[in-house]
Structures are given as structure tokens and as C-alpha cells.
Design a protein around this ligand. Sequence first.
Ligand code: HEM
Length: 378
Amino acid sequence: MKKLLLMMLALTLAACQENSPQRSTANLMELPAPELGESWTTKNEDQAENILNHTRDMVNERAATSGVMNRDAHPKAHGCVRATFTIDNKNLPAAQRVGVFGDDQKTFDAWVRYSNGDPDGAKKPDAEKDVRGMAVKLMNVAEAASGSQDFLMITAKEFFSKDGDDYLALFKGLTGGSVRLALYALTHPLSAKRLLGARVKIANPVTANYFSSVPYKLGNRSMRFKAEPCVAPTDKVPASPSARYLQEGLVKTLAAGSACYNFFVQPNLDPEHNPVEDPRVIWDEKKSPYIKVATLTIPQQGGITSVEQTNFCENLSMDPWHSHAQTRPLGQINRMRSLIYKEISRMRHDGNRTTVLEPVNHTPCVGPTAALCETPKK
Ligand code: HEM
């Protein structure tokens, strides 16, 4: 009987913790008022705190075995490379020439980080199916509070979670054993389909297509964005790929020459069928066409796997909320990210005894940002 009571008490405490998660920061309170079809309640704030607490636990658990405190998602980097981003806004309607897209022909210096998404994938071979990432950081964007404009993209056009409820259900499915996962897939068929579709094999990080997956603001509309190689790729996944063939491909391609992407925005011209609060939905490209707004150029370069540049890549913080207000992230999933990215970045930098800093040029290892190139320590 005593054992049963103790068990009931433990279950009640666990449930209370689930319903009233510990508040960690006030930055959810600072989010802009919902607009363009967004919906955000105190329940979503609790969900964000819940996801953050689970994420912290997982980051701590993995660090206990690996030593270094890696990112929770996208821990395996193929490399960080120098780039430029030149605006070409002539085809954008005037009301959407906002943020970094406001100045035609302006060129920003940028960094690009390529990654595999699997939280447990730091040591997994590249040949396994995974969500692949390309995060672009434009530097010296005076109007963005962080000083940078970050575009985080993955190889999936649509995201796999609708909202906070859906993301938490997936999380419980993934961490609750095969029966719970099967139950999740049965009760969330569209999300499960998107998740399966998001995991892909790619031939080379610089020849894949990357998408924002979730919506952002573009002046008076919502939008999605994407980066597409300027020349249609012809390369294939190697027949016997090494565990790091994506890094090898990146290094080899950029040693031989430059790479280039056309960067497009997709202003949402059909908000009724393209809801901001369900990023699993496909936006019809005939009704809401993509418009080219920039060219991302990655010049020929070496040094990608040097110790300093590898440290820099680990110490970098990409965050969708590093943005001009007029191109800010939209929707519940993105609002949750505003809490989680900042906190997890701070936590891993504390854990690795490194410093959260934004790079301001292509030589970050000298001068005031030199700490960005220090080796993460136990
Ligand atoms: C609620 C949903 C999401 C959560 C909880 C989440 C969580 C995270 C976390 C904790 C990091 C590491 C941050 C750091 O330590 O600096 C990260 C990185 C990343 N996430 Fe997400 N994420 C979510 C949704 C998305 C979506 C919708 C995308 C679509 C583009 C995305 C793409 C990425 C990429 C590309 C990175 C790697 C950035 C880099 O290279 O540093 N995530 N995510």
C-alpha cells in the first residue's frame, strides 16, 4: 500500500512538473504581438519551457559521454565557409523590399554552416538518411538587434510538426519506445509522413536544395525562403561513402572552385490555404511563386577543417531570431525557437567554457572575436 501511495505521489509530481514547467527566462514575454495569422497563448509558453527543459536534459546526457557540449540539433558540422550574399530585389513588390532585401545590389559578408540534423548524429556516418542543414549568417546588419541576419534552412520544404502540441507528442514518441512511436505515427499521420520525407541522403552539401521549412514575415506578408544551386547538380552519393564524405565533398569542391546559390523568397499570396500555424502544409507555387532576391556566393577556399575554423564552427550561434524585425520568424514553432536556441547556445558555451559572440568579418580568429576560435573545454 505504502509503495502504491509513493508511486502515485511520484506520478502526481511528474504531472505537475509537466503542467507547470520551471520558468527559465523572460524572453518569451518580449516576443512581438501575434500577426499575419499567428496564434500564441500561455499554454504555448509552457510548452516552450517544457521543450527547453527536455532539450537541456538531453544536451547534458550527451555531454556526459562525449565530453564536449554539442548543439542539441544539427551537432555534426561538415564545415563553416566564407560567403557573400548580394541582394537583387528588382522583382520584389515594393511592400516586401524590407530588412536586408531593402537595398538592391548590397553585398553582405556571410558565414555558412553545413550540418546533419540528427541530435544523436555527431558520430553517425553521413550515409545514413538525415535532415541536412545549411545556416547562413549575414554579418553587420545594423538594423538586426544581434547585428546578424541568420537564415536557417533544411533539406525539407515543409516542417514535420504543426505546433507545440504536435512537437511535444513527437518528442514523447521518439523517447518513449517503439510502441509509443508507432502510436504517434498512427495518430499524427501527416506529421509522420513529413518527418520520414525530411530524412534524405545528399551527394554533397554544396549541391543540395535548402528550405526555410517554416514561415517568416516579409513586410506585409508571410513568406518561406529557399536556396537553390545556381547550376543544376549532377553529382551522386558515392558508391562506398566514407563516414565523413559530406565534409570531404565540401572541402574538395571549394578547393577546386567556387559555389553559388540563388536565394528565393515565396511571399504568401494565399493565406487562407497557407496557414502560418501549420508549416506541414505545402504552399502552391503557382499561386504563391518564388521570387529570386539574392545570390549567395561561396568563393574558392581552403582551411575548412583547420583546428581554428572547426572550433569557430562549433562556437558559432545560428538563431532564426537573429533577424531584422520585418523578416522575423512567424508561428508557434518559431516562437518556441526564440527561447530554446538562445538558452541552448548559452548553456553549451558555458559548458564548454567558451563565449557567445557574433562574428563581424571573415577573419574571426583575430581581434575582438578571437574567443570564437578557442577550443571547447570540458
Ligand atoms: C520547435 C522546433 C525546433 C527546436 C526545438 C529546435 C532546436 C534546435 C536547437 C536547440 C539547435 C541548436 C542551437 C544552438 O545550440 O546554437 C538547433 C539548430 C538548428 N536548427 Fe532547429 N529546432 C527546431 C526547429 C527547426 C526548424 C523548423 C528548422 C528549419 C530550418 C531548424 C533548423 C535548424 C538548423 C539548420 C540548425 C543548425 C544551426 C547551425 O548550423 O548552427 N530547426 N535547433
